[in-house]
Design a protein around this ligand. Structure first.
Ligand code: FPP
Length: 263
């Protein structure tokens, strides 16, 4: 058991030796009850950097390290979907320089990590109004999707130019067109049909949402899909997230009693 555990943790963090604390945490994870879908709002990069007297871009770069750790840990754990909020429809309001840094980091991440992601059987996907992203970002995403298309391990959904309200509005439009063209009738409109018209069609709703940086709001993220999701909130900043915190969120989730409105 301990050998497997150590192997698991090594695999999940490249070549880093698992700490004793991580080994202890791993023993607490119920491998028969792994969340199918985990969503993360990768918040606090800016504050993390500012606190250290560093430019905000350094915080975003540190956030990419945490993302790498999340992909490694959760793909090893057998999570099927990891959906991360990387750039919202509102983030265009940030100074152009910061927007450029975020887009450049995305392109750099995809080019640098694609072989490793492919080796780990990860399918890289993107959700949002992708057509409004800079061409180089769209090209990098297409490249990543093409290379990893046949992978059936973890699906990494990177939400970019994503807004929950925009997503629902686009679904309304698509459904209205079908209604007007007579492809569907008014009674065909139900929760399943709406879900099928979201960016996340065919993906089950998240079981667990991780929200760092002490914020207590959903910030226009997965508004429809989070209806019964369990939230794991912490004041820790996203760049500080490491394997132990990612495991702790899952352990806490496993101890919760999800009733979906029942008793
Ligand atoms: C929120 O922190 C974070 C973002 C808006 C960007 C998240 C992006 C990354 C982690 C890196 C780039 C992504 C990929 C997929 C390579 P904030 O800037 O709002 O932090 P603050 O609230 O402390 O200011």
């Amino acid at each position: 058991m301990l050998k497997n555990l150590v192997q698991f943790l090594r695999g999940a963090a490249g070549d880093k030796e698992p700490t004793l604390q991580e080994q202890e945490l791993m023993k607490q994870v119920d491998m028969n009850k792994i969340p199918v879908h985990i969503a993360i709002i990768m918040d606090g990069n800016g504050r993390w950097a500012t606190k250290r007297g560093l430019p905000r871009g350094v915080g975003h770069r540190a956030g990419v390290e945490s993302l790498r750790e999340a992909v490694n840990t959760y793909s090893r754990l057998g999570v099927n979907y990891l959906t991360v909020y990387a750039f919202s429809t509102e983030n265009w309001k940030r100074p152009q320089e910061e927007v450029n840094i975020l887009m450049d980091l995305l392109v750099e991440y995809l080019h640098k990590e694609i072989d490793e992601l492919h080796r780990k059987n990860v399918f890289v996907n993107a959700l949002g109004r992708l057509e409004d992203l800079p061409v180089k970002a769209q090209e990098a995403l297409n490249m990543a999707r093409r290379i990893t298309a046949g992978n059936n391990g973890l699906t990494l959904n990177i939400c970019l130019n994503y807004g929950g309200r925009t997503e629902i509005t686009e679904a309304f439009r698509a459904i209205s067109v079908k209604l007007l063209e007579g492809q569907i009738k008014i009674n065909d409109i139900n929760e399943n049909l709406i879900s099928e018209h979201l960016y996340t069609s065919s993906i089950p709703d998240p079981d667990l949402l991780i929200r760092p940086a002490g914020e207590l709001r959903v910030s226009n993220f997965l508004l429809w899909q989070l209806a019964y999701t369990e939230f794991w909130l912490t004041t820790m900043m996203w760049p500080d997230f490491r394997r132990q915190h990612l495991l702790k969120a899952v352990i806490d989730w496993q101890r919760r009693n999800r009733r979906f409105g029942g008793i």
